[in-house]
Design a protein around this ligand. Structure first.
Ligand code: ADP
Ligand code: MG
Length: 232
């Protein structure tokens, strides 16, 4: 009679190397809109990353989410794919705001959105510092399902009454830790207060500090919490 824990004899999970963020799950398994699926496959994405596997379905269900996963783990598509599905259901009323700390990140997010929405008749625009603000109003003249921007420029446009934040129904705070590091906490709070009531709030970050808990609690409503440990 053995008293050894049988789990000791189980085969260990394959150690994770550089492909450690990949799962075996394919995008075909998500019942996405066919054109969106085709755009994903055209990008060369075959299997979901871990953060995508854990977040896409709950986000499509409309849940709030706090997701922690390190840089390079595929967080952009994790929030854009559910956004695109929601936008396709109601393109004339859907309005998402994606707030990110730097101009480069904002442009990368819009680029990913454009490649994922080819042929879908969804529209986005990016509003960042260092560009001529006088050309922003005309970009806002058409119906945009997705607005991407840095906090300062978004607030500036809101101050000028060019951007009506009350119409936003989905808010994404991307790279939240960096946003705080860069001193944007007051700007983010202002944006959130001007948006007011919304349907869904997503917060994505590479790290989480215990002292941010109260702030985050105030931003999210009954969120799903997803944390992908490094290397998994
Ligand atoms: P993060 O925001 O977590 O730092 P990104 O969203 O910028 O990560 O993605 C990092 C890189 O991985 C990008 O080049 C992106 O195109 C790529 N990528 C994202 N999801 C997948 C996937 N499922 N399969 C292959 N590559 C992916
Ligand atoms: Mg990112």
């Amino acid at each position: 009679e053995s008293s050894l824990d049988p789990r000791l004899f189980e085969k260990k999970a394959k150690p994770s190397g550089q492909e450690g963020f990949r799962t075996n799950k394919s995008f075909e398994d998500l019942s996405l809109s066919p054109k969106l699926l085709q755009n994903i496959l055209n990008k060369g994405y075959q299997t979901l990353t871990t953060i995508q596997e854990q977040s896409i379905l709950p986000l499509m269900d409309g849940r709030d989410m706090m997701a922690i996963s390190k840089t390079g783990s595929g967080k952009t598509a994790a929030f854009l794919i559910p956004i695109i599905e929601h936008a396709l259901k109601d393109p004339s009323n859907y309005s998402a705001l994606i707030v990110t700390p730097t101009r480069e990140l904002a442009l990368q997010i819009e680029e990913e959105f454009k490649s994922l929405t080819q042929g879908l008749h969804l529209y986005s625009a990016t509003f960042i510092g260092g560009t001529n603000i006088n050309s922003d109003p005309q970009k806002l003249a058409r119906k945009l399902q997705v607005i991407v921007g840095t906090p300062g420029r978004l607030l500036d446009l809101s101050d000028r009454k060019v951007l009506d934040l009350r119409k936003i129904n989905t808010l994404v705070l991307d790279e939240f830790d960096r946003m705080l590091d860069m001193g944007f906490v007051l700007d983010v709070n202002k944006l959130v207060n001007r948006i007011g009531k919304r349907e869904q709030t997503l917060l994505f970050s590479a790290t989480l500090e215990p002292n941010q808990k109260k702030l985050i609690d105030g931003l999210l409503n009954n969120p799903i919490e997803v944390k992908v440990d490094s290397g998994s």
